[in-house]
Design a protein around this ligand. Structure first.
Ligand code: AMP
Ligand code: MG
Length: 400
């Protein structure tokens, strides 16, 4: 049996970071910034007022000083008056500072009312402020050329607003990985459809598509196909635009393992020392046009699919998409005891509470326990050489 680490290395070796393309700053959230982004405009781009008030010369300021008001400068003003000695200009927050003035006296520190009011002929300064006060200098925040957004950053609304402020309309983002999800099984029917004899609802395709989308991938195709090799082959052909093909089922040792029978390329079928998720297929599909595209053939049991997706598909997507595959974990006490298999790493969906972690099903890690999966908010990991976890013992738990 292959270790979890060895299988993960083999999986990660299947792909490289995808190409980047220019994208509008306000799009592509969750994608990765491919290059450093430096300021092309200063922030702020011009000296401006931080307050609603009066732009003045600090030298004129003394309590009771009365200044001549020579102009009005709203935000967006395209020209500014000259403020000479003994003069002031009314100015609003974000408006450009007039030449000659070096300081802003907030309206509250003058004899003028705040709010909508006619431009006064003069203004009396009631309280003095220090020179330069309430003026935001050009480039005070960021100078032209400063790198503010580092390559590798995961694109977010905050990053987008920052890029816009730095003067950018587009940024280079790594292409979002396109995933094709293919559930196999002649017993499967679509969610909500009546079940005939021997049939079950297809839950894996929904699970995989949703997980991949949540991790930041684009789900380009979701299908459920029978175990008829011709069906599977045809569906696979429709996945040709995908950057990653994810299948479920058909990789173990039964008589009708369609993935095993059909896939062409450099695909290896392994037994991985884990529970659930022992049978795993992985490799590069060979497309007719000569391209080779990563494929992970996950087992069919829904809990195996869930665990395998978190352990292998998630980091591979992170590599393709260029974002971090960090998976935070903590040590938490088990509230109850359970047992695990000798020689295989056990992944147990658990509920996390104040008391610790509790398997979401009394049977622990059984790979068919799809009904309880929704309650899990963690995946406990029990090492290969540990066969029993006692109540009160600490286990490593990854967040889901
Ligand atoms: P397989 O690996 O194809 O032998 O499937 C293992 C088990 O998982 C069988 O009991 C299947 O019925 C079940 N299974 C396979 N695919 C799905 C699916 N898409 N949704 C729900 N259960 C499935
Ligand atoms: Mg099957």
């Amino acid at each position: 049996m292959r270790s979890v680490e060895d299988h993960l290395s083999a999986v990660l070796a299947l792909g490289e970071r995808l190409d980047a393309e220019q994208a509008p700053v306000g799009s592509g959230y969750g994608r990765t910034l491919a290059a450093d982004v430096a300021a092309v405009v200063a922030v702020p781009p011009f000296d401006n007022s931080a307050m609603d008030g009066f732009a003045v010369r600090a030298a004129d300021l003394e309590p009771g000083a009365r200044l001549m008001v020579v102009g009005d400068i709203p935000a967006g003003a395209t020209s500014v008056p000259w403020v000479g000695p003994g003069e002031a200009a009314r100015i609003m927050t974000g408006a450009p500072m007039p030449t000659g003035a070096d300081t802003v006296v907030p309206v509250e520190l003058t004899d003028q009312p705040s709010g909508a009011a006619d431009l006064p002929a003069t203004v009396e300064v009631r309280e003095v402020v220090t020179e330069g006060r309430h003026v935001r200098g050009r480039g005070e925040d960021v100078a032209v050329g400063d790198v503010v957004l580092p390559a590798g950053l995961r694109w977010s609304p905050a990053a987008a607003s920052s890029a816009a402020s730095l003067g950018h309309g587009t940024v280079p983002l790594v292409r979002r990985p396109r995933v094709a999800v293919l559930a196999t099984g002649s017993e499967l029917v679509a969610a909500g459809q009546p079940l005939g004899f021997g049939q079950i609802p297809d839950s894996n395709s929904i699970l995989l598509a949703g997980l991949c989308e949540g991790w930041g991938a684009e789900v380009a195709m979701v299908e459920s196909v029978s175990d008829d090799p011709a069906h599977f082959r045809a569906a696979l052909a429709r996945a040709i635009d995908a950057d990653l093909v994810l299948t479920s089922g058909g990789v173990s040792v039964g008589a009708f393992e369609v993935v095993r029978q059909v896939v062409e390329g450099d695909i290896s079928f392994d037994k991985v020392a884990m529970q659930p998720g022992k049978p795993q297929a992985s490799g590069l599909l060979a497309w007719p046009d000569g391209r080779r595209v990563p494929m992970l053939g996950l087992p069919g049991n829904p809990v195996s699919v869930f665990v395998s997706a978190w352990v292998y598909a998630r980091p591979l997507l992170a590599k393709l998409g260029g974002w971090s595959d960090a998976w935070p974990s903590s040590l938490l006490p088990a509230t109850v005891g359970w047992s695990g298999p000798e020689g295989r790493r056990q992944f147990v969906p658990v509920k996390i509470s104040e008391e610790g972690v509790t398997p979401v099903h009394r049977l622990g890690s059984g790979s068919h326990l799809v009904a309880s999966l929704a309650l899990a908010d963690g995946l406990a990991v029990v090492p290969e050489d540990v066969t029993t976890v006692a109540a009160g013992e600490t286990v490593t738990v990854h967040a889901l």
